[in-house]
Design a protein around this ligand. Structure first.
Ligand SMILES: Cc1cc2nc3c(=O)[nH]c(=O)nc-3n(C[C@H](O)[C@H](O)[C@H](O)COP(=O)(O)O)c2cc1C
Length: 137
């Protein structure tokens, strides 16, 4: 498989972003509950910051599917932190998974912060990012 999209979400923000990415590249975004069916050249992995870390379910997904991931492209939202790339990059290093240096990140609404984010502009930028990644592969 050329590309796949998986996400983990607690409040829906990451699903919105990953649905926009999936639509842009013609696949379906699925939750990390769904393992990769086959070797995947490009995996867009949507995740977010919770209590200053990435969720255990996301880490477990990467570990369980590591032999099928050609290249992981990190996609994240957060209220305060500038994304999860550093944490994901560390995890990928530990597991021997190749991670693209490019990432997508935008603000995600949380309680009274960043109401309406991701907004349409964020979703358009996520879609454009995904197309650019696929065009370069
Ligand atoms: C339980 C919880 C803990 C969070 N902790 C942080 C945090 O430590 N730092 C931060 O920048 N954002 C934090 N956030 C904000 C989320 O990263 C942000 O709302 C993100 O867009 C949520 O994505 P989701 O809707 O896909 O779950 C937290 C959100 C939740 C629900």
């Amino acid at each position: 498989m050329k590309a796949a999209v998986r996400y983990y979400t607690k409040t829906g923000n990451t699903k919105k972003i990953c649905d926009a990415i999936a639509e842009a590249i013609g696949v379906e975004a699925k939750s990390v509950d769904v393992p990769l069916e086959e070797e995947t050249e490009v995996l867009f992995l949507g995740n977010s910051v919770y209590a200053a870390n990435i969720d255990k379910e996301v880490k477990d997904f990467v570990e369980a599917n590591k032999d099928k991931i050609g290249c992981l492209v990190n996609v994240s939202s957060a209220a305060l932190l500038e994304g999860t790339y550093g944490r994901m990059s560390k995890l990928c290093g530990e597991l021997g998974v190749n991670i693209d240096q490019r990432e997508f990140h935008c603000k995600g609404s949380f309680k009274f912060m960043h109401k309406g984010r991701p907004n349409q502009q964020d979703l358009d930028e996520a879609a454009a990012f995904a197309k650019e990644i696929m065009a370069s592969k």
